[in-house]
Ligand binder design. Structure first.
Ligand SMILES: Nc1nc2c(ncn2[C@@H]2O[C@@H]3COP(=O)(O)O[C@H]4[C@@H](O)[C@H](n5cnc6c(=O)[nH]c(N)nc65)O[C@@H]4COP(=O)(O)O[C@H]3[C@H]2O)c(=O)[nH]1
Length: 924
């Protein structure tokens, strides 16, 4: 029996040694550290101290050092019992300190017991035992054996227990996972049943997997059959799910398709990543996954009936997740999801189909075209099964009046239509067709029906139905006819227009060429139409055109074409001409018809026409050449006195060329100052005084010499050149007046001629005002001579213009009075200052009682309206005498003076008495 002190700061360690020592029959003492241990050794003197090394306050080394330092207790045996066994250091220090043994924690109890026994024995050898040593040894062995057996058993039981605990833990984890997978499945199935939207369903599933299933991330990616074999992530939940956006997946044979996702889609088999850290298939997302503590992943294909929609991916932080049971459940879940996707997509397709069907039905019902469905049953006479509302609107037949009958009902008795046979043929052969038929409504009225027939086939390929779409073309046909009429006919007369004429002429030429025949082209122009139009207004002009058109149409044979080319120009094409005389007869007949008296808007009148004839092929081989040459011939007829016709002759073209040259020359004349004004004196009959002059234009042509206005003014009017020429005349006359005034001739006035076209010109008043302002000539010194046609074309506008001229102060004369169609009423309303008796009346004044009467009437009429009367073209004393006797106010004429240059005119006025009017003066 020995006394043993156990020093250790851990009670458990002390308890084991104390228990073993007690078991061996020793008395065991305990201390928590070296200081306490020293005190006990000093007090109790144990034979052995079993001491820990690392202890608070006084550690094992310090304890032994102090023990050895105290001679009273220095011999006490010490065993170190330590877990911190660094062999070299401990052995070294223990050797120095005289420590008997070193036991390493955890230490086999048997070794502890044996070591205690050995050290006590060594102590006893030095100090012989007082008791029976053999007994002690034997006893110790028995005890040690027992203890070892016990320890072994304890160890075994501990291992069993540990393995049992481990097994239970695993089972529990497995159960937990299965349970959570079931929970997820239950929730998912509930959602699946109610799902209406695929994306929302997938998002819910992912959310359930994370929230209920406790998985780290769950996502669904759909596989598309595009060129890149894209796998698109459409729903995800869990920590780090947002990261998925940065990863590209594919199920193709490419870098993005090598991972488990691509593999799962391709193989349709679940891909399990047991360890994210080491699985080589985990690509770029390994880092991200590990960083969030994710350990394993399962990628489950979403397959339904051979179709792979995509994958369900689940990532977990558990290392040993996804055992067979769990995977089976997750696989079921994936199948359910795939079924859900299939069902939802099928539903969408069905909804679209239904919507399309609904739309189609509405379209049929609301179509403006009639739609008819008939059974393809020849024996039953292909009866109508359905008609839409438009059918009733189009035909007037209610559905019950047509259903069960054949649509030929609409043909009535109008069977002579080529398209009917085409339609029948299509029905017989079950082909599609489009025909246009004349059909009849219930009320018997005709409508043009464009029928589009389509045959429908049953699954066996047999024609089961016909669908006919009716399009009412009546309006279109009418419109087309109107268009045709507009395109080919003149709107005013209804005669052929240039278009149709050209066409007919071409055809006539082709026929004539084939038959070696000829064609006559006649161009008719109404003489002085412009004058009539301007004097009596456009409405009367239009009436005249229509009447002439009617008369021409009445003259020609069937097959001839009468066309209006525009304005007062008509053309007649006579095909199949056998003799030139036939054309001459028709031309004469036409001119006679035109010149028959006519009454238009209350006006009795006689008009004449001039006509040119060109013959194919003699006068031209193209339509254009023929028309041009007929035109040339017509001009010739006009030139040669009007109311006649001429056949084209090549030399006529030379005259036309002359005209053209004249026109170009006139343009140049304006630019190059070739125009000048001559002045014909106006003499007051009462005293023979020159009171003014009429400015008359002259053209000093560089080659032709002086050209008369009669030769170029009509051309200038025709081409519009009269406007700039008229402006030049006004400006020149004003400048001349200014010059005369500066020379002291202040009392004379100058009258300028204003053509009809110029008179209606917007800025005539402006031009006048500007000329007067620039020359500083008083307005009353400027007179305007306007013709009847100039004022009568638009009398109301004339009244306005004349009032403005009056406001400026310019005086106005009515030229050529009596030659036109002036209304006396207007003569009164126009603010005219003087009237000129036309020289055609003056010429025969003394020989024609009619002209004398007209002259007398003009003078008295004008005087009654307070207007001055000027006679022009006075050549003889007798004429002068007549005029004087009837109180004409002024005269102009060769009797007095021809039109003369400005200088001569000034000299004449200055001379004062040079006027040959002695007798007149005397008479006054
Ligand atoms: N046989 C004969 N003739 C006489 C006699 N006294 C004058 N005449 C001519 O009669 C014409 C009178 O002019 P008109 O009737 O206005 O007729 C004018 C006028 O309508 C037009 N005209 C002349 N100058 C102009 C002009 O500057 N502007 C416009 N728009 N027309 C003009 O040209 C026409 C012809 O002018 P003219 O050749 O200068 O011819 C002038 C004149 O020379 C006579 O005693 N016997």
């Amino acid at each position: 029996m020995a006394k043993i002190l156990v020093i250790d700061d851990h009670a458990v360690n002390r308890e084991l040694i104390v228990a073993l020592a007690g078991y061996e029959g020793h008395e065991a003492l305990e201390a928590g550290d070296g200081a306490e241990g020293l005190a006990i050794v000093r007090a109790q003197r144990p034979q052995l101290v079993i001491c820990d090394i690392l202890m608070p306050n006084v550690d094992g080394y310090e304890f032994v050092r102090r023990l050895r330092a105290d001679p009273e207790i220095a011999h006490t045996r010490v065993i170190f019992h330590t877990a911190n066994y660094h062999e070299r250091e401990v052995r070294h220090l223990a050797g120095i300190l005289g420590v008997s043994r070193i036991l390493v924690k955890p230490c086999d109890p048997e070794v502890i017991v044996r070591t205690i026994a050995e050290v006590l024995a060594e102590a006893a050898r030095e100090n012989p035992p007082a008791s029976d040593a053999e007994f002690e040894r034997e006893h110790l062995r028995v005890l040690t054996d027992k203890l070892a057996a016990k320890a072994e058993e304890l160890e075994r039981r501990a291992e069993d227990l540990a393995s049992e605990v481990e097994t239970r833990k695993l089972a529990e984890a497995q159960l937990r996972r299965v349970l959570r997978a079931r929970k997820v499945m239950a929730e998912c199935n509930r959602t699946l049943v109610r799902a209406t939207d695929e994306r929302r369903l997938l998002a819910d599933v992912c959310r359930f997997l994370v929230e209920l299933g406790n998985y780290g991330i769950a996502w669904v990616s759909l596989a598309w059959h595009d060129a890149d074999c894209t796998v698109e992530t459409v729903a995800a939940a869990g920590e780090g799910a947002a990261l998925l956006k940065s990863f590209r997946f594919s199920w193709g044979d490419n870098a993005c398709g090598n991972g488990p996702v691509g593999e799962a889609v391709r193989t349709r088999e679940a891909q399990i990543v047991r360890d994210i850290a080491t699985d080589p298939r985990v690509g770029r997302w390994r880092e991200a996954a590990l960083g969030r503590g994710y350990q394993a992943a399962a990628v489950l294909p979403l397959v339904f009936e051979h179709e792979t929609f995509g994958v369900l991916c689940i990532v977990t932080r558990e290392k040993e997740a996804f055992d067979a049971d769990e995977l089976e459940l997750l696989g079921e879940l994936a199948d359910d999801i795939a079924y859900g996707i299939h069902t939802l997509r099928a539903r969408v397709v069905q909804q679209r189909t239904e919507e399309t069907l609904r739309l189609r039905n509405r379209a049929i019902d609301e179509s403006i075209n009639a739609i008819v469905i008939s059974a393809a049953d020849r024996e039953a006479d292909n009866p109508v099964l359905y008609v839409n509302p438009a059918f009733t609107l189009m035909t007037g037949y209610a559905p019950e009046e047509i259903i069960g009958r054949n649509t030929r009902l609409l043909i009535g008795n109008d069977w002579d239509q080529p398209d009917i046979e085409r339609l029948r043929e299509a029905v017989r052969r079950g082909r599609d067709a489009r025909v246009v038929l004349r059909c009849y409504r219930k009320d018997g009225s005709l409508f043009w029906n464009e029928v589009s027939l389509a045959s429908m086939h049953d699954p066996s390929g047999r024609v089961s139905h016909f669908i006919s779409i009716f399009n009412d073309l009546t309006d279109r046909k009418r419109y087309e006819a109107e268009l045709e009429q507009q395109a080919n006919h003149d709107a005013l007369t209804g005669l052929a227009n240039r278009n149709l004429l050209n066409d007919r002429l071409q055809q006539a030429m082709i026929r004539a060429q084939r038959n070696a025949g000829a064609v006559a082209v006649m161009l008719l122009d109404i003489d002085r139409f412009k004058l009539i139009n301007d004097s009596l207004g456009h409405a009367v002009g239009d009436e005249l055109i229509c009447e002439v058109g009617r008369r021409l149409a009445a003259c020609v044979r069937q097959g001839d074409t009468v066309a209006r080319l525009g304005g007062d120009e008509f053309m007649i094409v006579m095909p199949e001409l056998w003799a030139e005389s036939d054309a001459a007869s028709l031309a004469a007949k036409v001119l006679q018809a035109v010149s028959a008296p006519m009454r238009l808007s209350g006006h009795e009148m006689v008009v004449t026409g001039s006509l040119g004839v060109a013959l194919y092929p003699r006068d031209g081989e193209s339509a254009a050449a023929l028309v041009k040459n007929a035109d040339v011939a017509m001009y010739r007829a006009k030139e040669q006195g009007r109311n006649d016709f001429r056949f084209y002759a090549p030399e006529m073209n030379a005259r036309m060329l002359e005209r053209l040259e004249l026109e170009n020359g006139l343009r140049r004349a304006l630019e190059q100052d070739e125009l000048e004004l001559h002045y014909q004196p106006k003499v007051e009959l009462a005293n023979g005084r020159v009171v003014g002059a009429e400015a008359l234009i002259r053209w000093r042509h560089p080659v032709l010499g002086m050209v008369s206005p009669a030769d170029f003014i009509p051309l200038a009017e025709e081409t519009g050149l009269i406007v700039p020429i008229g402006e030049w005349v006004i400006n020149t006359a004003c400048r001349q007046l200014k010059a005369w005034r500066e020379e002291g001739l202040t009392g004379v006035s100058v009258a300028v001629n204003v053509s009809a076209r110029q008179f209606q010109q917007e800025d005539l008043v402006g031009v006048l005002g500007e000329a007067l302002r620039a020359s500083e000539v008083p307005a009353r010194q400027l007179h305007l001579e306007v013709t009847e046609s100039g004022v009568m074309s638009n009398p109301e506008r004339t009244i306005v213009i004349l009032r403005t001229l009056k406001d400026i102060g310019v005086l106005v004369s009515l030229d050529d009075f009596g030659t036109g169609y002036s209304s006396l009423n207007y003569l009164k309303r126009f603010l005219i200052d003087s009237v000129k008796i036309d020289q055609s009346f003056v010429a025969d004044l003394t020989t024609s009682s009619e002209d004398a009467a007209i002259a007398r009437m003009v003078i008295s009429l004008a005087h009654s309206l307070n207007q001055t009367v000027v006679a022009e073209g006075v050549e003889t004393e007798a004429q002068l005498d007549f005029l004087r006797r009837h109180r004409c106010d002024e005269m102009q004429g060769f009797l007095c003076s021809r039109p003369i240059p400005a200088v001569e005119f000034a000299n004449l006025v200055r001379g004062g008495a040079c006027l040959p009017l002695p007798r007149v003066s005397r008479l006054h």
